[in-house]
Design a binder for this molecule. Structure first.
Ligand code: GTP
Ligand code: MG
Length: 423
């Protein structure tokens, strides 16, 4: 698998830009998050630099003078890596790498690197490699060359071809191959999903590190990896849970979102993210103890919008309330989001309330039906129990009148059952 290399002793310098639209305070918060990303990737942050600039330099992103200053610091302070919080165009990265004589990465580059470090399953590894190669293709400079060795000498240099051209050609071939592999995996997933269609499905979504996997583990008694690091989860996990005899759901936990999640990643993680797009209910988990949680909500909503899932029935779940000292603040939150649940997944606080909220949401998706059966068909009742909740049974002469509730999704099952019974 191809990986963007980070040198062994990774001393990193972080660069952010503030402007009238992004004040210094906001840039500082973004850089704090970038420092966590750098730390997750294994680098040590030496310093952060903020430049105030209202217009972006198309050639260097920051001003040329600033780039020269960074270059001097890289030499003097033995920096191995310069990370920009904003995404650099391929031209900007190439120009900067000419001035700054160490590796230059942007936010997308570092996120891709973390995904590569964390990907375990074959699917996640394939998805990450595809996103990395698509990111790399337009940025290929001399320092990335000799990929041919990595791919076992397939397609060695043709006559008159430069090394960069050879590498580009090989990357394109590899991208084509990875896309085909992912298509096959997507088909398998689709088949698995078909078998689960009759259940109500809920997906836990939210900003990275919000506590999604902690909540999943609590609700389903699983042991998914929980870590105080970004992007602990890259694979989707699905578990069946029973909230009440009539309220069974399939719950999935999946990859977290972050500000400026690279579009290549969203595209290549399509099949994992389908756990989100194919769901009936979303549980949007928010770290209520974060000072920037509004921005997190906004980012998650924007990502859901790109996945065409913003209009799904959503339960807001404010997590980590054990870390919020100001009680008044939580009350205020609940006034702003009256149908939300305020919980602590780690301390198991208010989990029953959350379950009730999910049940209420499910009930909105249920329909009430009545049936009249002859006594001979009373064995149908036990089958009805399996797909719905019986609310009332009335015996009258040789008939039974039944009033029951059924998930709209199960109406197909009901029709099949009735057809069998009338044969
Ligand atoms: N204090 C406190 N910490 C929590 C709570 N819920 C989760 N955490 C901690 O927050 C960190 C992240 O939790 P995870 O469950 O891994 O978060 P996630 O949303 O799955 O994160 P990614 O998979 O990385 O996107 C861990 O250190 C958890 O122990 C909570 O209710 N209170
Ligand atoms: Mg997780």
């Amino acid at each position: 698998m191809y990986e963007i290399e980070i040198p062994k002793i990774e001393r990193a310098l972080l660069i952010g830009v503030s402007s009238t639209t992004t004040p210094k305070g906001a840039t500082e918060e973004h850089l704090e998050e970038l420092a966590r990303l750098a730390d997750t990737a294994g680098a040590t942050v030496v310093d952060t630099i903020i430049q105030h600039k209202n217009s972006i330099n198309p050639a260097y992103f920051i001003g040329k003078g600033k780039a020269d200053e960074i270059s001097r610091r890289v030499k003097d302070e033995k920096i191995d890596l310069v990370i920009f919080d904003d995404d650099l165009s391929p031209t900007q990265s190439r120009n900067l790498e000419k001035i700054i004589t160490c590796k230059v990465l942007d936010r997308s580059g570092i996120i891709l690197h973390i995904f590569a470090l964390r990907a375990r399953s074959r699917e996640a590894r394939t998805q990450v490699e595809l996103a990395q190669l698509q990111y790399l293709l337009p940025r290929l400079t001399r320092q990335w060359t000799h990929l041919s060795k990595q791919y076992g000498g397939i397609g060695t240099k043709g006559p008159g071809e430069t090394q960069i051209e050879t590498d580009r050609r090989m990357i394109r071939t590899r991208i084509g191959h990875l896309k085909r592999v992912l298509e096959r995996i997507a088909q398998q997933r689709e088949t698995q999903r078909k078998g689960r269609n009759e259940f109500t499905r809920a997906a836990i979504v939210g900003y990275t590190n919000a506590g999604k996997s902690t909540l999943m583990n609590l609700l389903s008694s699983s042991r998914i990896l929980v870590e105080d690091r970004l992007f602990a989860t890259l694979d989707a996990t699905v578990r069946g849970i029973s909230l009440s005899p009539a309220h069974k759901i399939l719950l999935s936990d999946t990859v977290g979102f972050i500000r400026k999640l690279p579009p290549h990643l969203i595209a290549s993680f399509k099949s994992t993210l389908e756990e989100v797009t194919e769901t009936d209910i979303l549980l949007h988990v928010v770290d209520a103890s974060s000072s920037t949680f509004d921005e997190h909500i906004e980012t998650v909503n924007q990502t859901l919008e790109t996945l065409n899932s913003l209009d799904k029935p959503t339960i807001m779940v404010f997590n980590k309330i054990d870390k919020v000292e100001n009680r008044e603040y939580i009350l205020e939150l609940m006034r702003d989001y009256p149908s939300a649940a305020a919980i602590s997944a780690a301390r198991s606080i208010n989990i029953e309330t959350l379950k009730e909220t999910i049940v209420e949401q499910m009930d909105k998706q249920f329909v009430e039906k009545t049936l009249t059966l002859t006594h001979q068909k009373h064995q149908l009742i036990s089958k009805l129990h399996a797909i719905g909740e019986i609310l009332e049974k009335k015996y009258e002469n040789d008939h039974i009148h039944i009033r029951f509730r059924i998930n709209q999704k199960d109406e197909g099952n009901l029709r099949r059952l009735m057809a069998q019974a009338s044969q």
